[in-house]
Design a protein around this ligand. Structure first.
Ligand code: PLP
Length: 490
């Protein structure tokens, strides 16, 4: 059974937790006995990705049958990733780069957002319900969610993005999405308007009642959902197994993982793998100029009262890192009272300070760093010059911090969370060429990068546009009503 990070008597099965997302007290769902679920080295180092997925899911998803887990893995991961390779590891200089961007939208959120809809669909079938997913996006998550939910049973999705507020590539990725149950709207205003609009829809009682009367729940694909967290644990095990198979390390050797971090979901999944027995020396929490996590790990004080910077690594731009709450739960040895207290302080004052024992538990395992835009660009340029490998603007952040440990002879795996082709202008600018037109930058990057552009991005410019609705914020509600009616009849 899962329970809330803020109260151990608020419990849920895996299916229940996946459908709810958040616990009733606002806490996040966690497995209290996670550290007792040990995965032995000899049990996973010879397995392939899907076999590891099966092993991990069978331990973590308590009320899923073996058949359900098999179906989810098959439906999520068959023919969705380039060459059916979900998480290849490449040697770049003296480091290992774990590439997580070979999915349908060329970014790491695909790993989880191809799986979550499958897990959700099974949970819905069990409960005899349907779910309409509502998502506001600044560009990336929306497409990955649309793609993941497209034509998945018992679900539909509506995505809202700021009109003229996303890049040309992001716009085309969303506008060309196929699927009988997907809809996307450009909302007049900025991202905050779209996000506030979606939040209002979730608390709109009349709308929720209307949905319920049609057998539909309004739901989100938020990164705090355990259905998004669990799939991310797998590539920590699989990357380690790859190094053992290739003879780069011996089973039992410890590795350092460096992770470009925003909402703390990715690095938390690594911590979960470690609790389950993966040999890890350290995790490096790598942040961009938004350095709230770096400061927290160094000082023990989390202070969200600070300036928010828009950077060239936008998916890491964050003030409140939601999944950190789960680390606090385990680092306090499951002290829900302490966690609830800190989260209350965060809500009231925007800050909290943890005690010395908890801080030590965290710093024993976690290192941190934050970098600025110039340094990120410099890393992209240096790595290209030295190795010919092109990093994207997020992956360069973790690479920068990992290098010193690789140079000292450690085994370092740095996570690469997006294809450089997703951010071609910023990447080309780092390589010394400022190009105004995004498509032109993409084609220029193709000509200098030995790694090919993912097919979905390469042919995007001329793909057929399927969605072109621009709406006012006040019209969002009507679009949801229409989507509810349509889903009820699917
Ligand atoms: C979401 C995202 C991240 C940050 O991951 P978290 O799990 O939020 O810490 C890093 N890089 C890219 C490209 C992302 O999309």
């Amino acid at each position: 059974m899962y329970n809330s990070t803020r109260c151990e008597t608020i419990t849920a099965t895996a299916k229940h937790a996946i459908l709810k997302g958040l616990a009733d007290d606002g806490g996040l769902f966690v497995l209290p006995n996670l550290a007792e679920i040990k995965i032995d080295l000899e049990d996973f180092v010879n397995l392939d990705y899907n076999e590891i997925a099966k092993l991990i899911f069978s331990k973590l998803l308590d009320d899923f049958s073996a058949e359900e887990i098999d179906e989810c893995i098959k439906d999520a991961y068959t023919n969705t990733f380039d060459n059916n390779e979900l998480a290849p590891v490449k040697k770049v200089g003296n480091m290992f780069v774990l590439e997580l961007f070979h999915g349908p939208t060329s970014a790491f959120k695909d790993v989880a957002l191809t799986m979550l809809p499958q897990l959700m669909s099974k949970s819905l079938a069990n409960a005899g319900k349907k779910a309409l997913i509502l998502t506001a996006t600044s560009g990336d998550t929306g497409k990955a969610a649309m793609n993941g939910f497209a034509d998945v049973d018992s679900t539909a999705i509506c995505v809202y993005y700021p009109h003229n507020g996303v890049s040309a590539v992001q716009h085309m990725q969303m506008a060309t999405q196929k699927g009988n149950n997907v809809d996307v709207f450009a909302v007049e205003g900025n991202f905050d308007d779209a996000q506030r609009g979606v939040k209002q829809l979730f608390v709109d009682e009349e709308l929720n009642d209307y949905a319920k009367s049609k057998g539909v729940e309004l739901s989100s694909a938020n990164s705090i959902n355990i259905g998004r967290l669990m799939p991310q644990i797998i590539y920590y095990f699989s990357s380690y197994a790859t190094l053992v198979k290739n003879g780069d390390i011996k089973a039992g050797d410890k590795a350092i993982y460096s992770v470009p971090t925003g909402n703390f979901g990715d690095v938390l999944a690594g911590y979960y793998a470690h609790l389950m027995g993966l040999p890890v020396e350290k995790f490096i929490v790598a942040s961009n100029k938004n350095d709230v996590l770096d400061e927290f790990i160094k000082t023990g004080t989390y202070d969200a009262n600070r300036e928010f910077y828009k950077t060239i690594s936008p998916s890491m731009d964050i003030l409140v890192s939601s999944n950190l709450e789960r680390l606090l739960y385990y680092a306090t040895d499951r002290n829900t009272e302490k966690v609830a207290g800190w989260m209350q302080e965060l809500k009231e004052n925007g800050k909290y300070t943890i005690d010395g024992v908890t801080k030590e538990a965290i710093t024993n395992l976690f290192l941190s760093g934050s970098t600025n835009e110039e340094a990120t660009k410099q890393t992209i340029a240096n790595v290209y010059k030295e190795t010919g490998y092109v990093l994207d603007t997020h992956s360069a952040v973790s690479y920068a911090f990992a290098k010193e440990y690789a140079d000292a002879g450690k085994t370092v795996i740095t996570l690469s969370t997006a294809s450089p082709y997703k951010f071609p202008q910023a990447v080309m600018s780092a390589l010394g060429e400022d190009i105004d037109d995004e498509w032109e930058a993409l084609s220029r990057l193709q000509s200098i990068n030995k790694d090919a552009c993912p097919a979905a991005l390469a042919c995007l410019k001329d793909a057929e546009i399927l969605h072109n609705k621009v709406i006012a914020k006040e019209e969002m509600r009507d679009t949801v009503r229409a989507a509810i009616d349509k889903l009820a009849n699917l």
